[in-house]
Design a protein around this ligand. Structure first.
Ligand code: F6P
Ligand code: MN
Length: 334
């Protein structure tokens, strides 16, 4: 058995060494995110023992009821990142406006966006939740405004998520493939366990909230209908369905065994035609999925090519195995 374990820190330092203008700043920033996620992992794991479950009886900017852990995890992220000197600003699912760096700290050359506790409706039923983050570059030393944040996903320098499941795992890309690290609780380090993750191209598994079926557009109706017809239908094979109701967990499954995830447009609530947010949900996941050989689209355009119009903008999201995503896109074109 090999004792040569590669920690996340070692992995990032070695990856950065290969880059001509790397200053080490990014490594430190990532380490601060890692520290925050370890704290979140600890809170999620302790659960009711430390009285963190249940509703906070407040709403976030998106009109969603906040869980106590939504607020706690947001505070953990902000407090772990605002003092470092490496960020010029932050944005979070839980906070309406931009999160400034307190005046007593220096400002750096990166912006961080995050969903501190994704899938938080799972928390009280003891199922998987996650943290998603996205890092953008920023002009150094400025007080960033909204326009500095509203950049295409293709400009991300790093994206990652942490899945708080049976194991706590971090999945990361800096644009050179996707790697997965498992938190070794005994030594408090993320260890490289899933090097160079690649999504299988062929799949027969889909993930969608079927309760919205009657509200979908025709291309999505057609795709799911064809999957459900199984062996007897045009696809000539049976499909399986999974829905964890946590984007992080559904994406992790797709990274490991393929499949396709859809949260498409629907006309259930005219004020909310799409559910997932581009800047801290869709974009980081799209970067990871593409780096793992998959595809990510709204059905009409590549997610990473979209110029966001707001920090909390929602978009339809279709991601996973390339062939399936391309098929769904082709149904939209037709
Ligand atoms: O953050 C939004 C989210 O919780 C995702 O993690 C998840 O994929 C989706 O919403 C679940 O939506 P629904 O509650 O409609 O199943
Ligand atoms: Mn979320």
């Amino acid at each position: 058995m090999s004792t040569n374990k590669v920690t996340l820190t070692q992995f990032i330092i070695e990856q950065q060494r290969g880059l001509p203008d790397a200053s080490g700043t990014f490594t430190i920033l990532l380490n601060n995110i890692v520290t925050a996620c370890k704290q979140i992992s600890h809170k999620v794991n302790r659960g009711q023992l430390i009285d963190v479950l249940g509703s906070a009886e407040s709403e976030n900017v998106q009109g969603e009821v906040q869980k106590k852990l939504d607020i706690i995890t947001n505070d953990i992220m902000v407090n772990a990142l605002n003092w470092t000197g490496h960020l010029a600003g932050m944005a979070s699912e839980e906070i309406d406006g931009l999160i400034p760096i307190p005046p007593e700290y220096p400002k750096g050359k990166y912006l961080a966006l995050f969903d501190p506790l994704d899938g938080s409706s799972n928390i009280d039923i003891n199922l998987a939740v996650g943290t998603i983050f996205s890092i953008l570059r920023c002009r150094e030393g400025i007080e960033p405004d909204i326009e500095d944040f509203l950049r295409k996903g293709a400009e991300q320098v790093c994206a990652g998520f942490v899945l708080y499941g049976p194991s706590t795992m971090m999945v990361l890309t800096t644009g050179h493939g996707v790697n997965g690290f498992t938190l070794d609780q005994d030594i408090g380090e993320f260890i490289l366990t899933h090097a160079n993750m690649k999504i299988p191209e062929e799949t027969s598994e889909f993930a969608i909230n079927m309760s919205n079926q009657r509200f979908w557009e025709p291309p999505v109706q057609r795709y799911i209908d064809e999957c459900l017809q199984g062996k007897e239908g045009i696809r000539g094979k049976d499909f399986n369905m999974r829905w964890v109701a946590s984007l992080v967990a559904d994406v992790y499954r797709i990274l490991t065994r393929g499949g396709v995830f859809l949260y498409p447009l629907d006309n259930k609530d005219p004020k909310k035609p799409a559910k997932l947010r581009i800047m801290y949900e869709a974009n980081p996941m799209a970067f990871i999925i593409e780096q793992a050989g998959g595809a990510c689209s709204t059905g009409r355009e590549r997610v990473l090519d979209i110029k966001p119009s707001g920090i909390h903008q929602r978009i339809p999201l279709i991601l996973g195995s390339k062939n399936e995503v391309e098929r769904i896109v082709s149904y939209h074109v037709e």
